[in-house]
Design a protein. Sequence first.
Length: 195
Amino acid sequence: MIVSRETSDKLEAFADLLLGENSRQNLISRRTEEEIRVRHIDDSLQLLEHAPVDAYWLDIGSGPGLPGLVLAIAGVRHITLVEPRRLRTEFLEHCRETLALQNVTVITGKVENVVGHFDVVTARAVATLDKLFAMASPLIAPTGRWVLPKGRSAEMELAEARTTWQGDFELKPSRTDPDARILVAQRVRRRTGRK
């Protein structure tokens, strides 16, 4: 994805912050540090092809700020980052302040305790689709969209989730990993008679 010079500079500054913090707490795999631009930054940026920037996003399990902080830098109107581990939310808050991101809210806690409605929900490497839908379906607006990066198990996870959940599901190819997919879903709801 092509971004402005200012955005590119902020993304580089974020990458530096992330690499610096990675020596303190394990945020990304050490073997992906040299590929941070493609494996983490570009991988996050591609989600913007599937939902509008002029929306309220929720990023579950934000951890290292992926994809949440990348999306905020790229111009998402507002994004709420939810992360249960205090050390990680301290890092997210540090990035928000250092990069002057006024479109970011950081919450320390579980997504089940979050209040509000969001236009777009995303999560990277947090839980299976079934668990994600269960955790966050009360938070998504009726016209909202799920934009979920998934690895090689995307088709299997979706098949399993469809036994409990129904909706409009589409698996899109990832631009950064030929084996990965991005699940774009709308109108997700439990199948009748299921809990």
